[in-house]
Design a protein around this ligand. Structure first.
Ligand code: IPM
Ligand code: MG
Length: 357
């Protein structure tokens, strides 16, 4: 298997290094895996002027899977939109057609106190957010900023287009229904159908699909209510399916239920399970280069790669169990540290996972 490694910016290189050590350790056990490194995001802008250079695109297209760290940072904030590091991320998602973004939010029992919610509200939490990743207002045309005549006189207006085609909704719906089937058979679809036509269509299409999945209990929720319910009674959810924009917001919210966004992996899959794997968090420029970032979200993303792109459930479980073990042993990076546990840096956390493996 060929894995294209895109470490990116900020803490990206530190955390991907630990995930690669974990994958390399498994290589000894019969996993046939090769790595190729390329640039994406701000580092790619610095080197080539383009956040997603052609050389990177070629490697990504040829690879069986992609492991990505994180992109962005204040250094590139003033750049025009097309050159911003995030543009690189949006382009690779779109080019590879990885429309199904799986974001599990699991509360490890050892981290019950790291959550900002009461332990009884979050204990045992295990949610899967299925976020559509290549459509919606993120990519809809037309979009722009231009000077127009308005009721306040001539001034700049900014606009975007929220748009979904039926088939685009259906294919993410299928992923979500199938995932629900393998879990507790409950699916909640989140929209804003009381205001937005685009999401009214979303609700109609998802509702129509329910007939094909009689074993799955489908419910619908408006996004504002979903945001509230997620902090009020998060355990009512199992699989949640939603569009790109709402999924972006709700997955950040869900991540904090688990104590730290530093724990949350993600997989973005196309129709053939070719995947882009990245932690759900960003590049954390404030702690970059200090060796203190939590590598577990990236290590768990590598586990998702083993599961979905390599079809190696056994290896995926080994990595996930190793992560559980280091948490049980009391190792904590700063984001999940609490008195009585052992504070470790990025590399030491990687060492602990390797030892547990
Ligand atoms: C995410 C991030 C990205 C997104 C940004 C960095 C473009 O927030 O993966 O959730 O909005 O999709
Ligand atoms: Mg986000």
């Amino acid at each position: 298997m060929k894995v294209c490694v895109l470490a990116g910016d900020g803490i990206g290189p530190e955390i991907t290094a630990e995930a690669l050590r974990v994958l390399e350790a498994l290589r000894g056990d019969g996993l046939d895996i090769e790595f190729e490194h390329a640039l994406i995001g701000g580092c790619a802008v610095d080197a080539t002027g383009d956040p997603y250079p052609e050389a990177t695109s070629k490697l990504a297209r040829e690879a069986d899977a992609i492991l990505l760290g994180a992109v962005g940072g204040p250094k590139w904030d003033a750049l025009p939109r097309e050159q911003r590091p995030e543009r690189g991320l949006l382009r690779i998602r779109s080019e590879l057609g990885v429309f199904a973004n799986l974001r599990p939010a699991i509360l490890y029992p050892e981290l019950a106190n790291a959550s900002s919610l009461k332990p009884e509200v979050v204990s045992g939490l295990d949610i899967l957010i299925v976020r559509e990743l290549t459509g919606d207002i993120y990519f809809g045309q037309p979009r722009g900023i231009e000077v127009r005549d308005t009721q306040w006189g001539e001034q700049r207006v900014g606009w975007n287009t929220m748009i979904y085609a039926e088939e685009e909704i259906r294919r993410i719906g299928r992923v979500a229904f199938e995932a629900a089937r393998k879990r507790s058979k409950k699916l909640c679809s989140v929209d804003k159908m009381n205001v937005l036509e685009c999401t009214q269509l979303w609700r109609e299409v998802i509702s129509d699909m329910a007939a094909d999945y009689p074993d799955v209990e489908l419910s619908h929720m408006l996004v504002d209510n979903a945001a509230m319910q997620l902090v009020k009674a998060p355990k009512q959810f199992d699989v949640v399916v939603t569009g790109n924009m709402f999924g972006d917001i709700l997955s950040d919210e869900a991540s904090m239920l688990t104590g730290s966004i530093g724990m949350l992996p993600s997989a973005s899959l196309d129709a053939d399970n070719k995947g882009l794997y990245e932690p759900s968090h960003g590049s954390a420029p404030d702690i970059a280069g200090q060796g203190v970032a939590n590598p577990l979200a990236t290590i768990l993303s590598a586990a998702m790669m083993l599961r979905y792109s390599f079809g190696d459930e056994g290896a995926a479980l080994r990595v996930e169990n190793a992560v559980r073990k280091v948490l049980a042993q009391g190792y904590r990076t700063g984001d999940i540290f609490e008195p009585g546990t052992t504070r470790v840096g990025t590399r030491q956390m990687g060492d602990a996972v390797l030892a547990a493996l």
